[in-house]
Design a protein around this ligand. Sequence first.
Ligand code: MV4
Length: 479
Amino acid sequence: MKKILVANRGEIAIRVMKTAKKMGIKTVAIYSTIDRQSPHVKFADEAVLIGEAPSNQSYLLGDKIIKVAKELNVDAIHPGYGFLSENGDFAEACEKNDIIFIGPKSHAIRIMGSKLAAKDAVKSYDIPMVPGTDKAITDIPEAKKIAAKIGFPILIKASAGGGGKGMRVVENEAEFESQMDRAISEAINSFGNGSVFIEKYVASPRHIEIQVMADSHGNVIHLFERECSIQRRHQKVVEEAPSSVLTPELRQQMGDAAVRVAKACDYVGAGTVEFLLDEHLNFYFLEMNTRLQVEHPVSEIITNTDLVELQIQVARGEVLPMKQEDLKIHGHALELRVYAEDPLNNFLPSVGTLDTYKLPEGKGIRVDNGFEEGMEIPIYYDPMISKLITYGNTRDEAISLMKTAISNYHIEGIKTTLPFGTFVCEHEAFRSGNFDTHFVKNYYSPEQLLEQQKTEARIAALIAVKHYVEEQKQLKIPS
Ligand code: MV4
């Protein structure tokens, strides 16, 4: 593999290219008109303009990207996350054009792209699942009976859904039918597929996911868990590894289950198996994401691995260079997604120019960044500008470093989620580890953030006064 085309932009395109360069592999960037001056374009060995700013005219044009890849003698395409990364047709088109798709085979992408197909694929693999139906609902009276048996509240989910789209909670039998109608029409509108199923609603779960890696020789390992419960409207904001609630036994059980899920679909490459963890620490398989995830760095840090390097190695047909027993957890890592969004104004996208843009640096700090000072944030794509990752020997150390790193991250010109990161790191529920997927809804409001900032400012002022007084005392001793 001599040359890789990265079919993505921003921080993840650069992240992938860094590893390719380290491995002596040439890189090709693609870009849209608005990304002409972007760092990922400058970072690559070659770069090709692919189309206009809207992603359906550029980063989503699979056929055009393959054509460019062939013209430039590219051996493999890395899709990053988002865009074409979980598109079975694109993976298949790569395979048909003798280009290696750095990811799983198209059939694994397709199985996991359908929740019902995924449930079906794993059903003989002893994977704990939330009680519910394993077929699309066609008969409402029948579905009502099942719901009554499961017990309310229940959740209606779209089979083609993901990231919470097409989900509806049903509190009691009376609202079953109307919610079902809504879920179906939402599923048709969003995914062009009205298949829905029902599950027992787990009221206050944690979202724990397991990183897996598989080679094409049947070897599958897991790289432990990530805790991703700090999210807002299904958009993750803070992730960490390891989770502070898993015991070694539970970690092994969840890791083993994730490996079986990967085996159930003949998985190859990097993947993530998502679980819900209820308050009694029961875990249930939710879905599998068939891509490298945004939050992969926290897993890399605690396992001393380079997941992109492993992806490339298994894509080249090599055997995984490590076995499960070689892997251990080292320390603790935290990630804050820095979005161009205003946490004081309902996380509204904040458009503008990065008038000041200075990254924090130092031991225990990693920033995966896609922007530089003077650039505008395009409105066409995801508003994430970078990921701030900190790590230390302990969770407390990583949290404390995160607070320092946030205060050393200087951004002017746009609003970002950096202050929200401080809010999380200061919050008692987060610090104690006692939180679930409702953290943001339960604890966050702009008023709370401002209140916390005032308290912090007061404490800082008190400390300053105390230091001053002590200094004065010291000065007085000789006299
Ligand atoms: C659930 C659930 C409770 N019970 N399933 C949301 C996204 C999709 N991946 C599945 N999701 C959920 N499924 C049952 N049976 C609660 C959620 C959920 C959630 C899951 C993970 C992270 C954040 C979440 C926020 C709200 C709801």
